[in-house]
Design a protein around this ligand. Structure first.
Ligand SMILES: [Zn+2]
Ligand SMILES: [Zn+2]
Length: 887
């Protein structure tokens, strides 16, 4: 026998995974051909951050599309799955600045040039370490096309886009109140802010009226900003304040005279109905200040410290220290009227959770509305489909209410804004290459904008710049638009929407046809995974423990569209067992091959052979349908059931008699079925399937590029499937009768079948007694003789009776086959134990303490267990009654 046909006794994933992931890449199996006569299928990888390391969310987000791309590749598509990483400005800054701080340095101290050198070194050394982890997942990416959002081509493309948008008036610079994170040291866009309810205080502060003994009380959550107040506002129709309209107050601590103005947008119900107005530190006040032409006094700087304008006493203090200082001074002066508890939403930085500071400054913005119109249309008209479709609603809601996008960041690692300022005449120039002279005054004293672009600005261009845009490349012509984008719901706005807008605008087409939104991976109790809960599942650890295939299969089997996944190690153990089951089945098949030559003669096909081929047609169709609709869970569960419960449990057993007889046709069907199964499983479990496949006599270069099984309609035989199902039911019933009555496995019994005049029953009896099925029943159910009886069984006491859909069967018990008395005693013992178990659980479920305190799942589980025990008790009682009748 050829040595190739032998598999190791136990499947060891690690060496197998290492071998094949290297082989696939070395052989260039994931590199598409250009040009190719085949149809194309393409995807781009959502680029992970260079700072990132693989977490379970990635594992899901990369495994599911890999299943699709592997399936398409095997279907004969010319496939491209393009990888790369994102430069992730803020994340890299956090890493580098932290390590600088450990040496007592800051980025300002070392300067821009040195900082960028450090960052680049770091990226070369440690960044992109996630790339290696991706290969461990078995992702079939074309690494020859790997890109980085800060590579040269990207930088060129980004400048090109910026300049074009600027020239069309879609990018502009404005002095505007934006969100700034004092910790990260940069402004952020609106969607980078997380609003969280916080317990706070509402302070009531008296502002004395000028030339009067009276005062107006305003309520605020941020007393420190009063130092920058430039008005007090009331509603024009608020009678409480009709007398003070147009008067002035003296702003305490600062002693600035500020007007009392009226504005219809003042909420009369808030606080006292009179509000302080701080245009430089509050978005509502900013708008109000613009309407009334109020002065903007900046009292807090970008790092959250008080400025000169806050006054001698407070300047240099942190904003929260200053709050305490202001309050104690107001108390001294008797101007703090009262303090109330107050709960409200406060904006936090999505990166570091620091409270955001509204910050008035010059920034660059994208005017998004004109771009959004087309992006809305393509989704409305179904050119782009969200899966599940309800995510389109979320997309529309945001797109209809879209705000201008602040794209400048006060960071260094990133695409520097291609804008230059003339130091002589203040002229602003935007260009792809740095200008030598001012176009207005010819001065060469120019400085480039210090800021970089929001990281999402470049990732919005990912699908087409990775393919070589703005050059007109073969890749673009062949693979753009891509077919599928798979990502999480949390970046629909950050990323998906912006890719659609930019793709339409610059690449002239949608970036992808389908957007698959995957769920969140939660723990087995459906809780979010987090460090503080200690319930994080590390995919690399899972790969070490259970193998990549088990992890991948688990993720697929849990991925129900529109639902979060509830992941447990138990499931992974289960699918690891599945991998072992496949391995053992393959070992059995290989050990039973008599040679390498297979000849299949139609007339030699057994019922079992024709049955498994017919079932195969069904499973291929079901799998295609499920994958076509991204129903990963359905695909995984169907193939799992087919392999385990039809191929392993039945076919391998059914084929044994004909293998024994040396039926070469059955041998051929067996090995062919295994081959087809490996192909169907390959997208889910690429490693074990590739390994086994290479031991098959028929294998080729790689399963990764082997053809996907075809639907052979001519193999489908519904009535044969029904007959086989019935035979299996009979076998199960006989096995159950034997097991319930403790017939030792070594002992064979006879089978009696009652023949009736009913046509339906007659037909079924014929199925059980035809020569081929007879052998299956005899072999699989341990039966000696099969006899039929017209009109009824001859009366005998010791007869075990059963029914298989309308057909009555019986097993005659020979003397000595069962020791009835011993069996009776055993049943009585078991019944008494189960009785006390039931009693205990019933008591527990009546205990109100337990019902009130135990978690819902525990109570449910207890009830389920009670039901199970009661069922078991009924069964045991029946068996006992039966035994007693036989004695
Ligand atoms: Zn931050
Ligand atoms: Zn100039």
């Amino acid at each position: 026998m050829n040595k190739k046909l032998i598999l190791e006794k136990v499947y060891d994933p690690k060496p197998v995974e290492e071998k094949w992931s290297k082989f696939w890449i070395d052989e260039g199996l994931f590199v598409p051909q250009i040009p190719s006569p085949k149809k194309n299928f393409s995807m781009v990888l959502p680029p992970p951050n260079v700072t990132g390391s693989l977490h379970i969310g990635h594992a899901l987000c990369f495994t599911l599309p890999d299943i699709i791309v592997r399936w398409r590749r095997m279907q004969g598509y010319n496939t491209l799955w393009l990888p790369g990483t994102d430069h992730a400005s803020i994340a890299v800054h956090n890493v580098i600045e932290q390590s600088l701080a450990e040496k007592g340095l800051t980025r300002e101290k070392i300067g821009r040039e040195e900082f960028l050198k450090v960052a680049l070194d770091w990226k070369e050394k440690y960044g992109g370490h996630i790339v290696h982890q991706l290969t461990r997942l078995g992702t079939s990416l074309d690494w020859t096309r790997e890109r980085f959002t800060l590579d040269e081509g990207f930088s060129k493309a980004v400048r090109h886009v910026f300049v074009e948008l600027y020239q069309e008036g879609l990018i502009y610079r404005d002095y505007y109140l934006v969100n700034r994170c004092p910790h990260c040291g940069t402004v952020l866009s609106d969607i980078e802010i997380e609003h969280k309810e916080r317990k706070a205080k509402l302070y009531y502060i008296k502002y004395p009226l000028l030339d009067s003994e009276e005062s107006i009380t305003v309520a605020t959550t941020r007393p420190e900003t009063m130092l920058g107040d430039t008005a007090v506002a009331v509603h024009p129709a608020d009678e409480r304040y009709s007398k003070v309209q147009k008067k002035k107050v003296l702003l305490p601590l600062v002693n600035r005279e500020i007007p009392v103005i009226t504005d219809e947008r003042v909420e009369r119900e808030f606080g006292t109905g009179a509000v302080k107005v701080t245009p430089a530190h509050d978005p509502v006040d900013f708008e109000l200040g613009k309407r009334h032409h109020l002065e903007q006094v900046i009292v807090i700087d970008g790092s959250g410290r008080m400025t000169e304008a806050a006054g001698e006493e407070f300047k240099g203090l942190d904003r929260f220290e200053c709050r305490e200082g202001v309050l104690s001074r107001l108390k001294e002066m008797g101007l703090l009227e009262k303090v109330e508890d107050y709960e409200h939403a406060v904006g936090h930085c999505y990166r570091c959770q620091t409270i955001i500071e509204p910050h008035l400054s010059w920034q660059w913005f994208v005017r998004v509305k004109p771009l959004a119109e087309e992006a809305i249309r393509v989704v409305e008209e179904g050119e782009i489909q969200f899966i599940p479709s309800n995510w389109a609603k979320t997309y529309f809601e945001w797109m209809y209410n879209i705000h201008d996008w602040c794209i400048s960041r006060q960071l260094w690692w990133g695409h520097r804004i291609p804008a230059w300022y003339c130091q002589e005449c203040d002229n602003v120039m935007v260009a792809e290459e740095s200008p030598k002279k001012c176009e207005k005054c010819q001065s060469s004293n120019l400085t480039q904008d210090e800021d970089v672009l929001d990281t999402w600005f470049s990732s919005a261009l990912w699908p087409f710049v990775t393919m070589g845009w703005p050059e007109d490349t073969e890749d673009l012509r062949t693979f753009y638009p891509t077919d599928l984008m798979s990502t999480g719901f949390d970046i629909i706005f950050f990323w998906v929407a912006r890719m659609i807008m930019m793709g339409l605008k610059f690449a002239g087409d949608i970036p992808f046809r389908h957007v698959f939104i995957n769920g969140l991976v939660r723990d087995f109790r459906r809780r979010k995974m987090s460090k503080s809960e200690g319930n994080i599942i590390d995919p690399l650890e899972m790969i070490e423990k259970y193998g990549t295939d088990a992890l991948r299969f688990t993720l697929a089997a849990l991925a129900i569209p529109g639902m979060d996944l509830s992941l447990s190690e138990e499931r992974m153990t289960g699918y690891q067992a599945f991998a072992n089951k496949i391995w053992n089945a393959a070992r059995f098949v290989l050990m039973n091959l008599k040679g390498e030559e297979f000849r299949l003669k139609e007339e030699e096909l057994t019922l079992a052979d024709r049955w498994i081929r017919s079932r195969m047609v069904g499973i291929i169709e079901e799998l295609n349908d499920a994958l076509e609709n991204y129903k990963f869970y359905e695909a995984a569960n169907k193939i799992y059931h087919f392999v385990w419960h039809e191929f392993c449990d039945w076919y391998i057993e059914l084929v044994k008699p004909s293998l024994k007889e040396g039926n070469k046709t059955s041998e051929a069907v067996l090995v062919d079925t295994l081959d087809q199964i490996l192909r169907l499983l390959h997208p889910f479990m690429p490693f074990i399937t590739e390994e086994i496949w290479h031991h098959l006599p028929s294998s080729g270069k790689s399963l990764a590029v082997a053809p996907w099984p075809k639907v052979r309609k001519e193999w489908k035989d519904e009535s044969l499937e029904a007959d086989m199902k019935f035979t299996q039911e009979a076998i199960v019933e006989i096995r159950t009768l034997r097991a319930e009555n403790r017939i030792p496995p070594k002992e064979k019994t006879d089978l009696r079948i009652k023949v009736s005049s009913n046509v339906k029953v007659k037909g079924k009896v014929e199925i059980l007694t035809n020569p081929q099925n007879k052998i299956y029943i005899q072999t699989l159910a341990n039966v000696q003789r099969i006899e039929t009886f017209k009109g009824g069984f001859p009366k005998r006491k010791n007869l075990l009776k059963g029914i298989v859909s309308d057909v009555e069967i019986a097993l005659p018990l020979e003397k000595g086959l069962i020791n009835f008395n011993q069996e009776r005693k055993r049943l009585e013992r078991e019944l008494s134990k189960i009785g006390s178990d039931i009693e205990r659980i019933e008591k527990r479920l009546q205990n109100s303490n337990f019902l009130n305190r135990a978690p819902k799942e525990v109570i449910q589980e207890t009830k389920r267990r009670l039901g199970e025990l009661r069922n078991k008790k009924t069964k045991l009682e029946e068996s006992l009654k039966h035994i007693l009748s036989l004695i």
